[in-house]
Design a protein around this ligand. Structure first.
Ligand code: SAH
Ligand code: SF4
Ligand code: F3S
Length: 497
């Protein structure tokens, strides 16, 4: 059966008509529809017994891919009949975990301990569910089995589509249910998904990563690179646009290698061209391109487009060519700077942001000076800076010359100070001007937050009636990496503002 047909089918599914006394179908996604129906039966019983529907709480750690997965998980739980709760005092608590750095793991362990207490004191029937990248690591699952036996259900990144089936097993078992798959057997997509914001959405264009940067755990926990077919992506965006979404973020660990392994190869730039044609869409963003293969074709498509946002998040990781080679990044300091110059030449107003790791094994003061030099020369509009964190099983974790923590922390402080200087410089350029923003959130005390095409934020007086709207805002005051502003009357900005 064609995927397209199946998606149509999902919208038409009448879960009450599924025979839950029959044997479970072997085919996906029918098998999951069957288990959703079975779980709905359980929810009905719960409601009769307790006089209310059960509620769930999710917390997502990590990147946009995990955020997207959580929307799918929440979609399945809602379809089953759970209500979403704002608090962890819920009937089901799900943590979608990240393991990219050790501190992500530490936070999760802390939260599980807290949940254990909550379960003991307040609700012994509470289901504690852990999934995501951390669960793909055998040593993590071992630790949870030993130290947190009150956890009910564990699954990994490759079988999130099976939530209903696994939950049904857990609801009928007193023991911990664990199902972690080594690799993605298939992509199952014709399942419900919930949108965190009604007007913007992430769209997976590919899964996994083949780059094996020597410090990074992602290829081990997310598996090999798999691109979705362009027609599936376009049809998902069309559906989203029809529901009122005006901004999409195309997601992949290395979007530049999108489409290379498809039966009919398509480049990322070609995919962007197709996305641009979709009516109703106003903004297109993407994350993350890899500097080693960001093509001139992509720069050209971006520069000609009035929908693709003026923002390139281009992780540099280090400014030292010597370290970049050890990191397996496949570019040099000079390549990186030349690439940013090409981007700036084509789009002078574009923001370039980055990720930087400090304290990679063997990093000397000279290597670090190269990183500072790149920051000064490229003038990033912002940078996520990370202390190197050894990840079990990655080549870098076994490298000699691990940098002592005090040295790494001292460099980290100097790097952050340098980044703040260049980001303030970037933001100041637009101070006093008038820009179109998408109003995304209510900030505190009568303020709302809007996002500019270049990803900077502006807070200005307004209320929730503005959420999801595109409005003109005068950027009256630059506060380092964000602005304070004033809403302009309807219509375009005055020329001289
Ligand atoms: N696919 C993206 C990034 C994914 S992880 C890319 O290639 O750019 C997000 C960021 O976490 C990375 O860019 C890197 O800066 C950081 N990171 C990854 N592994 C890390 C580690 N072991 N220690 C510290 N930072 C790390
Ligand atoms: Fe990790 Fe490198 Fe893949 Fe990014 S490209 S996810 S840093 S291995
Ligand atoms: Fe973390 Fe997994 Fe993303 S390890 S950064 S949540 S892909």
């Amino acid at each position: 059966m064609e995927r397209e047909d199946s998606r149509e089918m999902y919208n038409d599914i009448d879960f009450d008509k599924i025979d839950i006394n029959a044997k479970p179908p072997a085919q996906e996604p029918d098998r999951q529809y069957y288990y959703i129906a079975k779980c709905r039966g359980w929810v009905q019983e719960f409601e009769q017994k307790n006089g209310r529907r059960p509620c769930f709480f999710t917390q997502t750690f990590g990147c946009q891919m995990n955020a997207k997965d959580s929307e799918k998980l929440a979609g399945i739980l809602s379809e089953i009949g759970y209500r979403e709760s704002e608090s962890e005092e819920a009937d089901l608590v799900l943590y979608n975990t990240c393991t990219v750095r050790e501190n992500a793991n530490t936070r999760v362990y802390g939260r599980i301990g807290y949940l254990g207490n909550l379960k003991k004191r307040k609700n012994r029937e509470m289901k504690i569910v852990l999934c995501g990248c951390m669960m793909q690591e055998g040593h993590v699952v071992e630790k949870i089995r030993k130290s947190y036996p009150f956890v009910d259900l564990i699954f990994g990144t490759h079988n999130i589509y099976k939530l209903a089936e696994l939950l049904y097993r857990s609801l009928n078992s007193q023991r911990m249910v664990v199902e972690v798959q080594e690799d993605a057997e298939r992509i199952v997509e014709e399942l419900p998904s919930e949108l965190k914001f009604g007007f913007k959405a992430g769209v997976n264009i590919m899964y996994g990563c083949n780059n094996f940067c020597s410090y990074c755990i992602v290829p081990y926990v997310r598996g090999r690179e798999r691109s979705r077919k362009p027609e599936d992506i376009v049809s998902e965006i069309e559906t989203l646009a029809a529901q009122g979404v005006t901004e999409v973020m195309l997601l992949g660990q290395n979007v530049n290698s999108y489409g290379k392994t498809l039966a009919e190869p398509v480049s990322f730039a070609q995919l962007l061209r197709r996305a641009e044609q979709i009516p109703g869409l106003k903004r297109i963003r993407f994350m993350t391109p890899h500097p080693k293969d960001l093509s001139d074709e992509l720069i050209e498509v971006m520069s000609r487009s009035d929908k693709i946002c003026r923002h390139v998040h281009l992780p540099v990781q280090s400014g030292s060519s010597r370290l970049l080679a050890k990191m397996n990044r496949h570019y040099t300091k000079e390549d990186y700077i030349a690439l940013t110059e090409r981007i700036r030449a084509a789009m002078p107003d574009a923001a370039i942001t980055t990720d930087i790791i400090v304290g990679f094994p063997g990093e000397t003061e000279e290597d670090f000076q190269d990183t500072l030099d790149v920051v000064r020369r490229v003038k990033f509009s912002s940078a996520y800076t990370f202390l190197y964190s050894p990840r079990t099983g990655t080549p870098a974790a076994a490298m000699p010359d691990q940098v002592p923590e005090e040295i790494a922390k001292e460099r980290f402080g100097r790097l952050v100070a340098e980044v703040q200087k260049t980001s303030a410089e970037f933001a100041r350029r637009a101070e006093g001007s008038c820009r179109e923003v998408l109003v995304e959130e209510e900030a505190s005390s009568g303020l709302v937050t809007g996002r500019l095409s270049d990803n900077l934020l502006v807070h200005f007086p307004g209320d929730k009636a503005l959420l999801g709207r595109y409005v003109q805002v005068k950027l009256t005051e630059c506060r380092g990496f964000y602005y304070l502003g004033e809403l302009q009357p309807d219509g375009p900005c005055p020329k001289e503002s």
